[in-house]
Design a protein around this ligand. Structure first.
Ligand SMILES: NC(=O)c1ccc[n+]([C@@H]2O[C@H](COP(=O)([O-])OP(=O)(O)OC[C@H]3O[C@@H](n4cnc5c(N)ncnc54)[C@H](O)[C@@H]3O)[C@@H](O)[C@H]2O)c1
Length: 435
């Protein structure tokens, strides 16, 4: 009976969806449901985000501002800090953060807190899908048992599934609706119900046989990236020693039409996913007495990259008979990747910190990020000008935002350290040092 009521609501799109955590993942997901005519309430603990959304204001670059305000105006999308709305919801997606704690271990406290708040207000007949990236076993060992203890029979009264989010901020080709969605249920019925909900908004749902398989699929995707980036970062170090252009080598290798996929070096990993997710997997394995050696090695190489870049900046300045100490250095781009406004875990922040520690006078420019805090000290993005560029002893391209005019920058600056090959089209230039 419960299942039938829910199925009818799904088929008629009259279900009421809740999205917990309206950040980079949750807000685009909430908008996707709402744009399909499904009523969505976001539950978000940040009162600023709640107020903004309810005023129809956007705060995530990937979300279309006009669309968001239209959906709010039409009553399809709203937000609250109050979990009591859970009692009215038919499906809930949990999109809260899963960072690392101070000792570098997984911090799933946000999941636990959201889980406990949901339990307080839940009614039978609800689908609950965890989207936050986490270690294999979280849904079945940490999430589902708490609902059972509260008296719900999973797979009969409520339906619990895990479905990893794959959003790629800044990607205009693959957005929420056309990125296939992997789903694993605690029971086959859980899988069926969660797939039916997501099938309303996502073109291709990929069912897997367990929540652990779905959790692990996400970790494999991001571990694959982390390891391949670690490989090319080490290749960049080796190429420098060998006097070979790493970018040319990768470009040449990428002409192989099969069996090779290009990854590119850079100043290190950033964002909420690639530097963190593999640690969720290696941590879990550590509890089972197994060392995930590939993950550890890639993490070691990638984490060392900002230090390596600073060493290369020091060597480049040395060739100009200067030391890092006392040099004016401008860092271009502090977002963790191009054309986005997210600086979480960005290696550019480490580079700024290391250069400052070594006595440089560091400024930064990022068209997407007006201010950053480094060790409690706030820095503001400076405006680029001929004079500013000419006054620098080194300009470091840490993130290759496409809207910057690199030809002009290279023409004005005496020394450019390019960690992203942003100056590729300009050919080999005497004042440009590449990673
Ligand atoms: N950002 C990405 O590109 C990306 C991609 C794929 C997966 N993920 C994963 O998705 C999850 C969310 O990431 P994000 O980037 O959206 O994080 P985020 O920090 O941008 O957003 C999370 C939101 O949850 C809110 N929140 C925290 N605890 C809450 C609670 N108990 N109740 C209600 N709201 C709460 C926070 O205030 C914040 O607004 C993480 O597990 C992350 O690893 C992120």
């Amino acid at each position: 009976m419960i299942t039938k009521v829910l199925q009818d609501k799904i088929h008629s799109k009259t279900l009421h969806v809740g999205v917990i955590g309206l950040g980079y993942v949750g807000l685009p997901l909430a908008v996707e449901f709402a744009r399909h005519g499904i009523r969505v309430t976001g539950i978000e603990k940040d009162t600023d985000k709640v107020a903004k959304l309810n005023r129809g204001e956007n705060y995530i670059l990937d979300v279309d501002t006009t669309e968001l305000s239209d959906l709010v105006a039409h009553g399809l999308l709203s937000a609250t800090t109050d979990y009591s709305v859970v009692s009215q919801l038919d499906a809930i997606s949990i999109c809260v953060p899963t960072p690392l704690n101070k000792t570098g271990d997984p911090d799933i406290s946000y999941i636990i807190s959201a889980r406990d708040e949901v339990i307080k207000h839940l009614r039978p007949g609800t689908v609950i899908v965890l989207e936050s990236t986490t270690y294999p076993g979280t849904t079945e060992e940490i999430v589902a048992p708490a609902f059972e203890e509260a008296g719900f029979k999973v797979g009969e009264d409520i339906y619990i599934a895990f479905s990893p989010e794959r959003i790629d901020p800044g990607n205009r080709t693959y957005e929420t609706h056309n990125t296939p969605k992997v789903i694993g249920g605690v029971t086959p019925k859980c899988l069926e119900m969660a797939s039916a909900v997501y099938g309303l908004i996502i073109e291709k749902v990929v069912p897997v046989s367990s929540t652990s398989a779905a959790e692990l699929a996400k970790l494999l995707e991001n571990t694959f990236r982390s390891i391949n980036i670690g490989l090319v970062n080490e290749l960049a170090i080796m190429c420098h020693l060998l006097g070979v252009d790493v970018w040319e080598v990768i470009k040449a290798a990428a002409t192989k039409p099969f069996g090779f996929m290009p990854f590119y070096p850079g100043p290190g990993l950033g964002g909420h996913c690639i530097p963190i997710d593999p640690i969720y997997l290696s941590w879990k394995l550590k509890t089972m007495n197994y060392r995930a050696r590939f993950i550890e090695l890639a993490s070691e190489i990638n984490t060392h990259m900002p230090e390596y870049v600073v060493t290369r900046i020091g060597l480049a300045l040395n060739d100009h008979e200067r030391s890092i100490k006392g040099s004016k250095i401008l860092v271009l781009g502090v977002a963790y990747k191009r054309n986005i406004d997210d600086s979480r875990e960005s290696p550019a922040l480490d580079i700024i910190e290391l250069l400052t520690e070594r006595g440089a006078d560091v400024q930064y420019h990022d068209p997407f990020i007006p201010r950053i805090a480094i060790r409690q000290k706030e820095l503001e993005s400076v405006e680029l000008s001929d004079d500013l560029l000419a006054a620098q002893h080194a300009v470091v391209i840490a993130t290759d935002h496409t809207e910057l005019n690199y030809e002009w920058i290279v023409n004005q600056a005496s020394l450019v350290v390019d960690t992203r090959n942003a100056t590729e089209k300009l050919g080999r230039l005497k004042n440009v040092v590449k990673l």
